[in-house]
Design a protein around this ligand. Structure first.
Ligand code: NAI
Length: 247
């Protein structure tokens, strides 16, 4: 039970997460680009808007769920700003308000493995400042920018988990496969409907937003007190099936 910030709270996975966390008795601070009753309106692609939101959030936090994300149908710069740079900006401005036992969850994607960069390149990009990251991701195609933005998020979260060990704040990643939310229509455009259908054929269907929210809520809770620094695929077994196929 705690005070938990959820980004991307107006739709899909974020909306289901807010509902679930409130049912469990948590105080939820719902943040989204779309104004929400009682929530915080913030454009995560705009550093000034993030700074204003940080003021509005106020007080101590038990958890942060970075759920907001943009698909590869948006401009690569926007994708980079929301999916990667905003994570760093928001977290760095809020982490001092988190006490031991706090939990940060980053929603990534199983598509991160399609990142066109090597591990060394990813580390080099992450070592740069926000503007350089925006420029590097902004130079990619939409689908590559999406995959790379999520891959950078994974690597950033892994480093942060190590960095926050001394504070007792956990950081984990949830990587969904295709989930029935409005963003799925964008993925159909950017990745091709056939590829998404093929994924559903392997595991029987697409995921449901509440199935992803359930895992995020678990990772935010003290039930997951000994789970830290991991990236969990939540895809009905699709990644596993694909890996076995490739062997
Ligand atoms: P969604 O489109 O239903 O929700 C995304 C939310 O993020 C929306 O409420 C939107 O307003 C918010 N958002 C977008 N840009 C923003 C900005 N600049 N500032 C503040 N909020 C902004 O999509 P869904 O499925 O709930 O996505 C949640 C996360 O899950 C995303 O990070 C997405 O990349 C990831 N994901 C989703 C998959 C799917 O198939 N639905 C698959 C893999 C990952």
């Amino acid at each position: 039970i705690g005070r938990i910030l959820v980004t991307g709270a107006a739709s899909g996975i974020g909306a289901q997460l807010c509902r679930r966390l409130r049912e469990q008795g948590n105080e939820v601070i719902a943040l989204d680009l779309k104004p929400l009753a009682g929530g915080i309106a913030c454009d995560l692609s705009d550093p000034a808007s993030i700074r204003r939101a940080v003021k509005d959030i106020g007080g101590e936090l038990g958890g942060i769920a970075h759920v907001a994300g943009l698909p590869g149908t948006f401009s690569p710069m926007k994708v980079a700003a929301v999916n990667t740079v905003a994570l760093r900006q928001l977290t760095s401005q809020l982490v001092d308000r988190m006490n031991p036992g706090g939990s940060i969850v980053v929603v990534s994607s199983i598509t991160a493995h399609r990142c066109p960069w090597t591990v060394a390149e990813i580390r080099a990009v992450l070592a740069q400042d926000d503007n350089a990251i925006l420029a590097r991701l902004g130079a990619l195609s939409g689908p590559d920018a999406y995959a790379a933005s999520k891959c950078l998020a994974n690597n950033w979260a892994a480093s942060l988990s190590e960095e926050l060990l001394s504070r007792g704040v956990r950081v984990n990643v949830v990587s969904p496969g295709p989930v029935e939310t409005p963003i799925l229509r964008d993925f159909e455009q950017s990745m091709g409907a056939a590829r998404l259908r093929a994924a559903a054929d392997i595991v029987g269907r697409h995921g449901r937003p509440d199935e992803i929210a359930a895992l995020i809520a678990f990772l935010l809770s003290s039930d997951a007190a000994w789970v830290n620094g991991v990236n969990i695929a939540c895809d009905g077994g699709f990644s596993n099936a694909r890996t076995i196929e490739a062997q």
